[in-house]
Design a binder for this molecule. Structure first.
Ligand SMILES: [Zn+2]
Length: 299
């Protein structure tokens, strides 16, 4: 958790993560990349930024997300302890910089970047992340996905089928999840963050309804043994996602009731509508107060 609580120049405590272009102001020297083995071929790497999924085997290595550019060497070093084969592909779960910052480095090292077409479009153009009044400059050409999809695609590598599926606009409009049905593992990107309030990035096409739908999709693909790699936070089980889903439903219901009653944003915030949820969800990427304001505006 500490990793995504860095303080940014904006003066608010938030995930420097999604919001600092290539992590420009951050010091990555102390970041340690940790490797967790999830199955014969699949691993989860944590460091700073979004959790990385790894498939390593006879066909080579591919990654799900690649954190920040300054961490690419450390990530490569961690991968070397898993496999001596090069990274062939990187799949981006969405366009935010804490998940795509390493694209250019991995691309230069020979990987083909894969993402939903909306991810490429947003990286290419750059844009505003309005909640944080942050402008993301256009990504360099070498960081852009060279293989894009509009709906689903499948990777057949390392003896596993990996289904890459575009979800309803939730965290952003380019959200994809990756499902390895054989290994019973799912990487959700930031559509699910384990243990804290989500960020519905309205300026990137995100919608709370979409996040709820994605949670339902992943729940339907899961059983008690499923390992879920969330965008941020520790490795999760189905029960963790079920709690997240229930929280999202409560949030939607309360915002809806307040809007139906004609409450203003100020009245809404003053009512402290998520006081009961704060202990469980409020100590993450978005503090309760900021989430309260943001979600009212996002719906
Ligand atoms: Zn994100």
């Amino acid at each position: 958790m500490r990793s995504i609580l860095a303080t940014v120049a904006l003066g608010v405590t938030l995930g420097a993560a999604a919001l600092t272009p290539a992590g420009a102001q951050q010091d990555f020297s102390k970041v340690e990349i940790k490797t967790i083995k999830l199955s014969g071929a699949i691993y989860m790497l944590t460091g700073e930024g979004g959790n990385i999924g790894v498939s390593a085997g006879a066909d080579g290595v591919y990654l799900i997300d690649d954190q920040y550019a300054p961490l690419s060497e450390k990530i490569q070093a961690a991968l070397k302890t898993i496999s001596d084969k090069p990274v062939k592909y990187v799949v981006n779960t969405h366009w935010h910089g804490d998940h795509t910052g390493g694209n250019e480095n991995f691309g230069k090292a020979g990987a083909a970047i894969i993402a939903h077409e909306a991810v490429r479009a947003r990286l290419e153009k750059g844009g505003e992340i309005s909640l944080f009044k942050m402008t993301v400059p256009p990504a360099p050409a070498g960081a852009l996905p060279v293989i894009t999809f509009s709906d689903n695609m499948t990777l057949h590598l390392n003896g596993e089928t990996a289904r890459v599926m575009h979800m309803s606009p939730g965290h952003t409009d380019g959200d994809a999840i990756i499902h390895w049905p054989g290994a019973n593992i799912i990487h959700t990107g930031d559509a699910f963050v384990n243990g804290f309030f989500p960020f519905v990035d309205k300026s990137s096409g995100g919608k709370l309804d979409g996040l709820i739908k994605t949670a339902e999709t992943v729940l339907a693909l899961s059983n008690e043994n499923t390992k879920i790699i969330p965008g941020h936070g520790p490795l999760a089980a189905k029960a963790d996602l079920a709690r997240f889903h229930a929280m999202l439903l409560a949030v939607r219901e309360r915002v809806g009731a307040a809007k139906a009653a004609g409450k203003t944003a100020e009245q809404w915030a003053a009512s402290k509508p998520f006081a009961d949820l704060e202990a469980e969800w409020g100590d993450g990427f978005l503090k309760t107060e900021m989430f309260t304001t943001a979600i009212f505006d996002a719906i």
